[in-house]
Design a protein around this ligand. Structure first.
Ligand code: ADE
Length: 230
């Protein structure tokens, strides 16, 4: 896999990477700091993207430009699949933007006009490595499913139902499809790994802060196990 690019959505995750990666150099770009070093002897480059698709896209492009040969993205998401519980993990089969809407011109929801692809498939080997890591370390479920991204924090049962029924999303978050599209444009393999922090139904504020620390620990454990096996 060459140099492994790792993007965390949260400061807590980056903090754990800092504790474990032997950092050899730092580069700044577009207000983001990229740290290069080794984790379990493997070359890695990691950074914090910030929230939303624009931050994620810029961050991914720079990460690839600085030498990442693949991209692992971790963070939290709201569950859409009603069988998912808080703490479960979704590994991306594909990623799509749920807020890309050119339906007035006859395009299906999520379809990017004049673009060859709008649903971006994760690398099957990275998906397998993520599932193995999840199954090895967590009692909860590790589901492979479609990750839907949009610049909205979903907090309504109706929207959850709609995104699940009409777009078949396993979870909703705010960066994955942007990372996926940039990776696709650069022929770079990727996978998105998300811990469920809430059920996207408006009760997120109750679990969100508390769950962040646990989720960051989960994500780091997954990344570490994957990197060992890459
Ligand atoms: N990340 C975590 N929970 C989320 C939600 N409900 N909607 C969008 N992004 C999220």
């Amino acid at each position: 896999y060459g140099t492994i690019g790792i993007i965390g959505a949260m400061a807590e995750e980056i903090e754990l990477l800092h504790q474990h990666v032997q950092v050899s150099s730092e580069t700044a770009g577009a207000g983001i700091t990229y740290y290069e070093g080794t984790l379990h002897g493997k070359p890695v480059i990691f950074c914090k993207s910030g929230v939303g698709k624009v931050n994620a896209a810029v961050c991914t492009q720079l990460l690839i430009h600085l030498g990442a040969d693949c991209v692992l993205f971790t963070g939290v998401a709201g569950a859409l699949d009603p069988t998912l519980n808080i703490g479960d993990i979704v590994v991306s089969s594909t990623c799509m933007q749920h807020d890309m809407d050119v339906t007035p011109l006859g395009y299906k929801r999520g379809v990017i006009p004049y673009q060859e692809r709008s649903e971006f498939a994760a690398d099957p080997k990275l998906v397998e490595l993520a599932v193995q890591a999840g199954d090895k370390h967590f009692a909860g479920r590790t589901l492979v499913g479609k990750v839907l991204s949009g610049d909205q924090f979903i907090a309504s049962r109706e929207i959850v139902h709609d995104l699940y029924e009409s777009m078949n999303g396993a979870c909703a978050e705010m960066e994955g499809a942007a990372v996926a599209q940039v990776c696709d444009m650069n022929n770079t393999p990727f996978v998105v790994i998300r811990s469920m922090s809430d059920k996207a139904d408006g009760s997120a504020h109750i679990n969100f802060a508390e769950f962040t620390i646990q989720a960051a620990n989960h994500s780091y454990t997954m990344i570490e196990e994957m990197v060992k096996n890459m």
